[in-house]
Design a protein around this ligand. Sequence first.
Ligand code: G3P
Ligand code: MG
Length: 246
Amino acid sequence: MQLPRYIAHRGLSKHAPENTLAAIQAAADAGCEWIELDVQCLGDGTPVIWHDESVDRCSDGKGALVDMTRDQIRPLDVGSWFSSEFRGERMALLDEALSLVSALELGLNLELKLNPGHDPVELANIAVHRARQVLPLDRLLVSSFDMTALESARAQDEELALGLLYEAVPRRWASDAERLRPVSIHADWTQLDQERLIEIQRAGLAMLCYTVNDPERFASWWDHGVNGVFTDDPGLFDPRYQRQAR
Ligand code: G3P
Ligand code: MG
């Protein structure tokens, strides 16, 4: 798999409300090749594209996702908190997001997001199954902080590209990698450790860092061999990625 240097984090989230269809479209319009989206399940099992445990920060509603159904999330406005330009944007169902990603021929890093009260096996089973129905193997990378979810994903599909997601990369990364056979390690760049990075490179895995919005402070990590970054705006790194007016 050809992993990208820049992955638009939660879609083009500097310029559109994160994890929405508008953010996916904005990333494609800006020329991005890959995006990252968070997926989790509602209480009724519907997979949706959303980062937080609740809808409070990024919608006009209140409540935890585990307590909500598809009918309850559909009326929410998930765009106005970001800008009036996006008023009326709806929470994206996983299926809607996958269709758009496929139509736009983007690569997708689908992060299995396990907030408290969610079942990692249920999420991995649903999300991987649906993603594999829509996207080819070379345009899908599944990651998670939750190793149980990744074990389930691996059990479902031997060939699926996996990314192990950590804050600081722990000592146990190598045993996780032996078990799960990932293509990449994803970590918080502010907690990056040069020795770990060398170990990861020696093992032949790619190192992707999140969430990098300060190209100057990050610059030396490219020299140390980081392969790619999650950023809210790839245009910060490369002027070829320019936001288009809506
Ligand atoms: O997958 C990289 C990054 O998205 C992980 O952190 O909290 O933004 O989902 P978060
Ligand atoms: Mg994420």
